[in-house]
Ligand binder design. Structure first.
Ligand SMILES: Nc1ncnc2c1ncn2[C@@H]1O[C@H](COP(=O)(O)OP(=O)(O)OP(=O)(O)O)[C@@H](O)[C@H]1O
Ligand SMILES: [Mg+2]
Length: 259
């Protein structure tokens, strides 16, 4: 049985091919104006990599912001449900999922079967998201992928007081002008985001194990800041960015089982 899960996010599109309870292949591409075509291309590239054809797929489930705009799927499911299913499959001890994506951040409580018990999310502003970090990386002249390792070099604590993207960018520019080290500023940014996520998470009963999902979990500095603040058992999947698409693929296989 071969199925696919697609996660059409605000910044990236993810495709996962799932066969006999195993991840067979995945692809991550940037989101663009024609989400429908880009999603199809992303899926076809993944099928090529796994040596399969579109006709081999027995079910396709889509999730993410753009899930409605893709017509060739069997079902669309919310990202919250998909991240819960994906994280539970990867680590059944998961009871809390923190998904930090490009445009929003979510904290999800899940039960032992990966069902959503409760959730909180911030989708009102860029603070505490990947986009916020991208703007700051740009202001610092550092690649987003390098933020994590840079921050680990930090020896001095700097507190970033603004969380609004526009004000935080000005604050970062002022700190650079004052001669502060980039690594200290980046660590300060990670700690500020971590504080924001944790105060949102406090509205739920945070239980071990906490899985970190979404592209921002690839940032080792963010993971360190969250671990320090959460003081809990934290699990970071090998490829945290595809957890939503993985959950969608697992949901697709369940459609077939229930038929
Ligand atoms: N290697 C990396 N190092 C650091 N950050 C990364 C890396 N790869 C991706 N990111 C971050 O991940 C973010 C995108 O995450 P993701 O793909 O989960 O978002 P999305 O699903 O498109 O967004 P949303 O769920 O909000 O719609 C980017 O903003 C980027 O900052
Ligand atoms: Mg996402």
């Amino acid at each position: 049985m071969i199925v696919a899960g697609l996660d059409i996010g605000s910044l990236t599109i993810k495709a996962v091919i799932f066969e006999e309870n195993k991840i067979k292949g995945f692809t991550i591409v940037p989101t663009g104006a024609d989400a429908n075509k880009l999603t199809k291309d992303c899926l076809e590239l993944t099928l090529k990599r796994t040596g399969n054809d579109f006709k081999d797929l027995q079910a396709i489930v889509a999730t993410g912001y753009g899930r409605i705009s893709v017509p060739f799927t069997d079902k669309s499911i919310t990202e919250i449900t998909c991240h819960a299913i994906g994280a539970n499959w990867l680590n059944p001890d998961t009871r809390t999922v923190i998904d930090i994506g490009g445009q929003d951040s979510k904290v999800i409580s899940v039960d032992q079967d990966g069902r959503v018990v409760d959730f909180v999310m911030n989708d009102k502003c860029a603070a505490g998201t990947g986009r916020f970090l991208e703007v700051m990386a740009n202001a610092l002249g550092v690649k987003t992928e390098e933020l994590g390792n840079e921050s680990l070099k930090s020896k001095k604590k700097i507190t970033i007081s603004s969380m609004c993207t526009v004000f935080a960018e000005s604050e970062v520019i002022s700190l650079i002008a004052e001669g502060c080290a980039k690594e200290d500023i980046i660590r300060g940014l990670h700690e500020a985001i971590s504080n924001r996520i944790c105060s949102m998470a406090c509205r739920l009963r945070l239980e071990n194990t906490i899985a970190l999902t979404g592209g921002v979990a690839k940032n080792i500095g963010m993971v360190h800041a969250l671990k320090k603040r959460l003081k809990a058992k934290v699990y970071v999947p090998e490829e945290p960015q595809i957890v939503g698409a993985l959950g969608a693929a697992i949901a697709a296989s369940r459609i077939l089982y229930s038929e």
